[in-house]
Design a protein around this ligand. Sequence first.
Ligand SMILES: [Zn+2]
Length: 257
Amino acid sequence: MKDYLIDTHAHIDMSINDETTLKDIIKDMNDAGVKKAIIPAVEISTQDKVVELANSDENLFGMVGLFPSEAKTYTPEFELKMETLAKNNNKIVAVGEIGLDYYWDKSFIDLQKEVFIKQIQLAKRLNLPIVVHDREAHKDSFDILKEQNAKNVLFHCFSGSVEFMKECVKEGWYIALGGVVTFKNAVKMKEVAKEVPLDKLVLETDSPYLTPVPFRGKPNKPAYVKYVAEEISKIRGIPLNELTDITTTNAERFFGI
Ligand SMILES: [Zn+2]
């Protein structure tokens, strides 16, 4: 039985600052029973940093990828760079976070789609799983992934309905839930947490964003994935150690770590 948690989505590169070192972050993780964390990539300028962090500790892993709002910066050279980084570093375990975001800016949807498709194809060439960012773009994200015949897919910070969750699970895709599930008014997410098949569920923080209760308003950190686990175990009415075992097993299977 696995007795440690995994934070499948932690922007550790963004959490490091004058007051917080990588050592602090890892110590807090260890104290909270969180053994591993996976760091998504967002911008062109931070890909190297993610790789460096992943290579600096055996329990850290990374992704290569461009966030949808950054689509205008995508170039063939950058694609080649991601491909090379992923091929040369076995701690790069996914392509992400990639997808569609219709919340921040809807003025270049076609370009977002194009860049999403290119990165899905990159993931397939690399034989790596895909971590999807889908904000207010459920249908288009789903359709593109289907069209591209993407198999190893995880919806990070899942924000759809129970019905949409069921559609995704039917495709064999995974659902990642984070701090939002602890918010009192997050009725829809609590419903998803209750209904999602346990063999398709993984946990995340999206730190430094989306800090769970009881630390809302403060910066989030990977250690706080334990509050996500506690809330979901309550919602499901199953022991915390059981939820820990299954979500950790899922994450290790999905990312091959
Ligand atoms: Zn993220």
